[in-house]
Design a protein around this ligand. Structure first.
Ligand code: NAP
Length: 279
């Protein structure tokens, strides 16, 4: 069976190797391949998938929202987030899901020393990834969620649309001053991503020891921000965990089987050059 990945551009994606290694390990006759799909060509590729018996596909930037009108059903979480990253084709029907937020939470949970329901959370950034992460964390009923963004209007929008108004929007400077109040701090901005290794999204002077610091960037695997946090006694969580867990959930949707998450992780690490410390 075939599984697609649509995005534009998509050549850099690490998903094909990651998914194919997990299919092979379980002896599943599935093949995952990427398709560079220009905006405006979504309808054509979906027809192609249906005509050629594809079992499903992943959706990445810039199609996560625009794919929604093409689908027959969309699950509750994807609707609340307002974006779809995984589509299952079942009896000819296209069913949309969003595994980004849940994948993030599944990875994060392995690092937590107290439950999300007892945590005060700060999210930096208010783009697509922040929407999914904020919504999934919100479902665990944390003590509070604050979203800090360069453009606070966008943070307010997520709070209204994904958190039923139950959160606060701040500027990045305000968040920096209040940093010691949070148990979990998540960077969803691209600040610090390859090749800008020296940039950090937020000063960590006020960070408390034992805070869980999560950066969803996975290239580099350990950003400067995470390294600084680790030096200050934070528990760190890198973007590899979200990437692998969102992929594992999609794998389960298509195959009904649980993949080997560690193998998926190792496959991604190898593609990124094979050097990583915090697995
Ligand atoms: P996006 O929709 O473009 O949002 C980016 C956010 O970062 C926006 O809120 C933007 O602020 C903020 N931002 C960007 N540059 C900034 C700067 N120089 N200073 C301050 N704020 C800045 O992107 P996205 O899809 O959410 O993805 C964000 C990051 O997450 C990317 O690095 C992506 O690779 C990573 N990601 C990782 C995974 C994973 O599985 N690990 C999954 C998805 C995404 P404004 O609103 O003010 O523009």
């Amino acid at each position: 069976m075939n599984i697609g990945l649509i995005g534009y551009p998509v050549h850099h994606s690490l998903s094909p190797e990651m998914q194919n290694s997990a299919f092979r390990e379980l002896d599943l006759n599935y093949k995952y391949e990427k398709f560079n799909v220009e905006p405006g060509k979504l309808g054509d590729i979906i027809c192609y998938f249906q005509a050629n018996g594809f079992k499903g596909f992943n959706v990445t930037i810039p199609h996560k929202e625009t794919v929604m009108p093409f689908l027959d059903e969309i699950d509750e979480e994807a609707l609340a987030i307002g974006a779809v990253n995984t589509v299952d084709i079942k009896d000819g029907k296209l069913i949309g899901y969003n595994t980004d937020g849940k994948g993030f939470v599944n990875g994060l949970k392995q690092k937590l020393i107290k439950p999300i329901s007892e945590s005060h959370i700060l999210i930096l950034g208010a783009g697509g990834a922040a929407r999914a992460i904020a919504h999934s964390l919100y479902l665990h009923q944390p003590m509070s969620i604050v979203i800090a963004n360069r453009t606070t209007r966008r943070a307010e929008k997520i709070i209204q649309e994904c958190l039923k108004g139950d959160g606060n929007a701040l500027t990045l400077q305000e968040a920096e001053h209040m940093l010691s109040r949070f148990d979990i701090v998540v960077n969803t901005t691209p600040i610090g991503m390859h090749p800008n290794y020296n940039e950090i999204p937020l000063d960590l002077r006020r960070l408390n020891e034992g805070t869980v610091l999560s950066d969803i960037i996975y290239n580099p695997l350990k950003t400067k921000w995470l390294k600084l946090g680790e030096q200050k006694g934070a528990i760190i969580d890198n973007g590899l965990s979200m990437f692998v867990h969102q992929g594992a959930l999609a794998f389960e949707i298509w195959t009904g089987r649980k993949p080997n998450v560690n193998l998926m992780k190792e496959t991604v690490i190898k593609q990124l050059g094979g050097s990583y410390v915090n697995r």
